[in-house]
Design a protein around this ligand. Sequence first.
Ligand code: SF4
Length: 431
Amino acid sequence: MKKKRIAFKTLGCRLNQYETDSLVTDFVNGGYDIVGFDEDADAYIINTCTVTNMSDHKSRQTISQAYRRNPGAVLVVTGCMANHHKEKLEKNGRITYTVENERKGSIFHLLDSHFKGEIIHPEELVHDRFNFGAAEKSFHSRSLIKIQDGCNNFCTFCIVPFVRGRAVSRPYRDIEKNIREVAGFGYKEVVLTGVNIGRYEHEGLNFEGLIEKILNIPGEFRVRISSIEPEGFGDRLFDMFSHPRLTPHLHLCLQSGSDKILLKMKRQYTVGEFTSMVYKIRSIIPDFNFTTDIIVGFPGETEEDFRETCHIADETGFSHIHTFKYSVRKGTRAEHMPDHIPEKVKNERSAVIRAIAGKHKQAYRSSFIGKEQMVLVEKIDGKDFAGGYGEHYIPVRFRADDDTAIREFRKVMITGWDTGPDGLLRGTVVH
Ligand code: SF4
């Protein structure tokens, strides 16, 4: 019998990507074929995002694309938009199943039963946010590891706690088992992900304690910490960055450089605390890589507040800034705040932050010319050039040699800039 074809589309964060990778493995092990999202399939699974209006828009567009591709296919919508707009999606006749985040891990069971003629209502599925197996087959070269879900912070602009639920941490034994399994599959880098991972806490084990235990798991893999809020963990973590297996990079979410705006956002740190964290880590590793998220145009943000944000962005020298224009999310406290900023001003401020980011990206990457990076190979193109990221999370392209293989490390000496448009660095393999 011809194998059923399943297509996936994932929007949003690494947590969504981890969950999709795990589902992909379920379907491959279950005897299904995974096809591209632009191909004809028997089922389309869309793992949506709802963090901004634009994310909702892209999620809706993706749903229409799948339907147009094959109106007869089974259409499964899951992810944060499924939690945020459940009723509306359930009324959408094009969608076969709307599956909330808490039940996402059981989508293989749902579809496999469907194709065997047994129709299950999504709400009969297991309600477990950690119901995901180790991802052997995945769309990524590094293995994403979910350690935590949900958040209790309720920052005034953020919809995530409403769609990902309260903060919950995964038991260490399950995390360790997951890491040993993916190391066994040949993954050379694990990326720890969640919603507010710095707040990890399980049976007395906190985030620093977790990192320490993970660094003691034997195996030829390195550990990367995914996006993290600048709170919930202590200074003990900073010293751990001198461990050769913990990569010297943090995506530390600043959001604003104005204490007045941080208070309105109900963020749990001050600008001073943020910058002292940066300086402490840089005192241990001077070329440590910081990237961040910044929201421009938060209600009440004055020119003065914005200048403070620009000052911190410049001073910290982030090698990348994910710039968000404030986006009203229904149901959040900021929705009802006064002094919403005109779109035109948001666009102007966003452009200013991007310019600052571009300048520092260039400077930070240039500082690696003449230095070595241990590059995890992600792709090898037709011209025998390989590409991937070094431990400092900088993208490098180099001429592949016989030992160069996808998902393997190559030590590379950075020699200059690559000729292509992507701002990659060029290097040569160090034998
Ligand atoms: S810490 Fe704030 S921004 Fe981050 S997920 Fe929680 S509520 Fe949202």
